[in-house]
Design a protein around this ligand. Structure first.
Ligand SMILES: *Cc1c(COP(=O)(O)O)cnc(C)c1O
Length: 233
């Protein structure tokens, strides 16, 4: 089968699985958006998936994204989903519609300054280290409210919700409590009614566990291997 047909088929399968998970949860499938997690996926493999209908591409590395955005040259929305260094803030604000991984005040401040210079209001999510794993980025749950309050005061940032990367497990049911905790954290913070803050997005769920994440309220699922095939490096 030609590569384009494989891409299109994978895309259709993932979209059908997302829609099915949403309906099973009593949700409107339109309330769940697919972010194609495209790290290490070359433009030649990305292009057919975009032509099949993928409208949001998620990237982990600013340099890689920059090259691919220029080379792809198609109207998709680019999201940043990786760990972001403050020194890359200006480039990130220039390239991305949504940055999923804001996890510290210094980064929020760097993004706010960069957005001010560009005359942009940058949409962001706060990344939460929901299980408190030592090796993971993300703000600890105890620090989340303070980070949100800091971001809410920065005029060139707009906080749209929360993101998490839970501990890896072969069994999606083991991850469900973490997805649920992220949603509960969102509900609690939304109830603070901070001016200008509408926590509408929950970015959670990857290839192995997106159905469970959708059942727990995900609005953005970040899917790589199920969409593009195995990563080669
Ligand atoms: C790679 C990656 C994903 C997708 O992982 P898959 O298991 O390939 O679906 C999602 N989120 C982030 C932050 C990633 O780095």
């Amino acid at each position: 089968m030609p590569a384009n047909d494989v891409s299109s088929q994978r895309y259709q399968q993932v979209m059908a699985a997302i829609a099915q998970a949403a309906r099973q949860a009593g949700r409107d499938p339109a309330g769940v958006r697919l972010v194609g997690a495209a790290k290490t996926v070359a433009v030649e493999r990305l292009r057919p998936v975009v032509l099949a209908g993928l409208s949001i591409v998620g990237e982990n590395y600013v340099q890689e994204a920059k090259a691919k955005i220029a080379a792809l040259d198609l109207p998709v929305s680019w999201h940043f989903i990786g760990h972001l260094q403050s020194k890359k803030a200006a480039a990130a604000v220039h390239l991305f519609d949504l940055i999923h991984s804001v996890d510290r005040p210094s980064l929020a401040q760097a993004l706010d300054r960069a957005a001010a210079r560009l005359g942009k209001v940058q949409d962001i999510l706060l990344e939460v280290n929901i299980a408190g794993e030592a090796s993971k980025s993300g703000v600890a749950p105890e620090g989340l409210e303070d980070l949100l309050r800091t971001c809410a005061l920065l005029p060139h940032l707009r906080v749209r919700g929360l993101m998490t990367m839970p501990p890896w497990s072969p069994d999606p049911e083991e991850v469900r409590p973490y997805f649920r905790q992220l949603r509960q954290a969102r509900d609690r913070l939304q109830a603070l009614n901070l001016p200008g803050v509408e926590l509408v997005e929950l970015s959670m769920g990857m290839s192995a566990d997106f159905a469970v994440a959708i059942a727990e309220g995900a609005t953005l699922v970040r899917i790589g291997t199920a969409l593009f095939g195995p990563r080669t490096h």
